[in-house]
Design a protein around this ligand. Structure first.
Ligand SMILES: [Zn+2]
Length: 162
């Protein structure tokens, strides 16, 4: 665990070297999409003092990581480079769901599909047609008020695997 935290700290140092104009780049469209999706549900997302950072490596099969203590989301570069638009959106929105909405994982499925973008594996978004047809419902679910037992109450890491 200690070496893992050092790894995360290393990424944060890289992050702090980014200039402000590059904030969220190359994740700008996904982050702005998240803010707009929140606004469509009456939820204001404050992204000041927050960043999304490309990580050359993350442990194991982790493709995204929310580090609430550092106000950052880390994205696995190798995964990002091969991911299509819907998986990129689902990945960034999942991690922002942890970091900005305090959402924990939801493992419920319906008709073989995850009912929430907070499903803990990105490969649950396996069907582009389905995602596009149900994107509005995923947005409604993501930003809906949650009962206390479905929210983080500490600063655990929130991850998503491939
Ligand atoms: Zn997660």
């Amino acid at each position: 665990m200690r070496s893992f935290l050092r790894l995360v700290a290393g990424f944060f140092i890289l992050a702090s070297q980014q200039s402000h104009s590059d904030q969220y780049s190359p994740f700008k469209s996904q982050v702005e999409g998240f803010i707009l999706a929140g606004a469509s549900q009456g939820v204001t997302v404050d992204m000041s003092d927050f960043n999304v950072i490309m990580a050359e490596r993350l442990p194991g099969t982790v493709v995204g990581l929310c580090v609430p203590q550092e106000n950052i989301v880390l994205v696995n570069k190798q995964y990002w480079d091969t991911a299509d638009a819907i998986h990129r959106e689902a990945l960034v929105w999942h991690e922002l769901g942890h970091c900005k909405l305090n959402r924990i994982h939801v493992t419920d499925t319906a008709f073989g599909h995850a009912v929430s973008l907070m499903y803990p594996a990105i490969n649950s978004v396996d069907d582009e047609e389905w995602y596009k047809a149900h994107r509005k419902e995923y947005i409604e679910e993501l930003f809906a008020p949650q009962p206390p037992e479905r929210l983080f109450h500490d600063t655990r890491f929130g991850i998503i695997t491939n």
